[in-house]
Write a protein that binds this ligand. Structure first.
Ligand SMILES: C[S@@+](CC[C@H](N)C(=O)[O-])C[C@H]1O[C@@H](n2cnc3c(N)ncnc32)[C@H](O)[C@@H]1O
Length: 238
């Protein structure tokens, strides 16, 4: 699977947030995932229009003032802005996205929100431009399924986390209750369908990378096809 179709689709989203891509996005999407009112008020409305969240990683665990947070597949930076509010000026937030137009948009949106502790780099989840053992918490929202190198992705996340650091991520997974709906020929990879795994497969990959306490926390209403469902996971670096 080449990155080409992924970059093409998310360049389109970066340039046209109001276009209908066939899946939920925007402010209403954030509200449906229980993003808090105080974040909605604090972060400019325009930024919420890019919200392509498939869940709410901030419900998965604790975020503290002064923490360093890395968001993989940060898109236009909605979760970067929320993370920035949670860690305060003493903390730092790094965003990585493979789509140059998205990384650019995330930088613009961080400036628009007046949040100076956010830095953004264009890069791929399976080769993170981040030093070893430097991150308290890695978050991701709707991006890991888009990687064709998920083994490497989890190894990279493990590498950059500090010992005892956490991974909290939301992603589309194959719905265990609707596996027969999954075909393989016409499903779109870029729309978060063809690259999805079952929860048990994702947990196995996390454990293979060295994570402990890797678990599925919940599933939610978000759909990208009849055979997929939004889900939230957590794992810890031993
Ligand atoms: C569904 S969007 C979600 C964006 C953002 N997390 C949000 O909640 O609005 C998926 C994002 O993952 C990025 N992405 C896809 N594959 C990636 C990879 N291999 N490495 C880094 N980012 C990737 C895409 O460019 C896109 O911006």
């Amino acid at each position: 699977m080449s990155h080409h179709s992924v970059i093409e689709l998310y360049t389109d989203l970066a340039n046209n947030p109001d276009e209908n891509f066939g899946w939920d996005k925007g402010l209403q999407n954030a509200l449906n995932h229980d993003y808090k009112d105080e974040w909605i008020k604090e972060i400019p409305e325009k930024i919420w229009s890019y919200c392509a969240a498939v869940g709410n990683p901030f419900n998965a665990g604790k975020f503290s003032i002064g923490d360093s947070i890395l968001d993989i597949g940060c898109g236009a930076g909605v979760d970067l802005c929320v993370a920035s509010l949670l860690v305060g000026n003493q903390g730092k937030v790094i965003g990585i996205d493979i789509t140059p137009a998205m990384a650019e948009k995330a930088k613009i949106n961080a400036t628009l929100a007046g949040l100076s502790n956010i830095t953004v780099h264009q890069g791929s989840i399976d080769k993170l431009p981040v030093d070893d053992d430097t991150i308290d918490t890695v978050i991701s929202n709707g991006a890991i399924n888009l990687s064709s190198s998920k083994d490497d992705a989890f190894l990279e996340i493990y590498r950059v986390l500090k010992s005892g650091g956490h991974l909290y991520f939301c992603d589309m997974i194959k719905d265990d209750n609707n596996l027969e709906e999954s075909c393989c020929t016409t499903e779109s990879w870029a729309d978060c369908v063809a690259g999805t795994l079952q929860s048990k497969e994702l947990i196995k990959l996390m454990e293979k990378a060295g994570f402990v306490e890797a678990k599925l926390l919940s599933t939610n209403h978000y759909k990208t096809s009849a055979s997929t469902v939004g889900a939230t996971f957590s794992a810890t670096k031993a």
